[in-house]
Ligand binder design. Structure first.
Ligand code: DGP
Length: 106
């Protein structure tokens, strides 16, 4: 499968990870839409957050904990946590991922 986030999470594309957990990695978005814009991505491939939730709730919980950790470390406390799901909702990479964004990075 030709998935850019599988290549990043597996290390095939060298990437500076902001944080790592058992099941997920966090790295800066290539085209940030806010001063803080970090992606939190499961190491295993799932198409979107719906599939992830149904197939592996323990991985979702781990990913959410990592996202909250990154938001706490990298923002002043105000942040947005979002999952675009489906093309019409703006999803462009079909490997589940959370966006952590903030206008007030630390
Ligand atoms: P979405 O549109 O919700 O599927 O978000 C995908 C995000 O992924 C988008 O904000 C741009 C980012 N992105 C796409 N390709 C790469 C990449 O190769 N490296 C990084 N760091 N981010 C990427």
């Amino acid at each position: 499968m030709d998935c850019i986030f599988c290549k990043i999470t597996s290390g095939q594309i060298p990437t500076n990870f902001v944080a790592v957990s058992e099941h997920a990695v966090a790295f800066n978005d290539i085209s940030p839409r806010q001063p803080l814009h970090v992606l939190v991505v499961p190491k295993k491939h799932f198409t979107d957050v719906s599939e992830l939730t149904k197939a592996a709730p323990e991985i979702l919980a781990d990913l959410m904990a990592l996202a909250v950790q990154v938001a706490g470390d990298k923002s002043e406390g105000s942040f947005r946590l979002s999952f675009n799901t489906g093309e019409k909702a703006g999803q462009s990479v079909f490997h589940a991922h959370a966006h952590v964004t903030s206008v007030e990075p630390r």
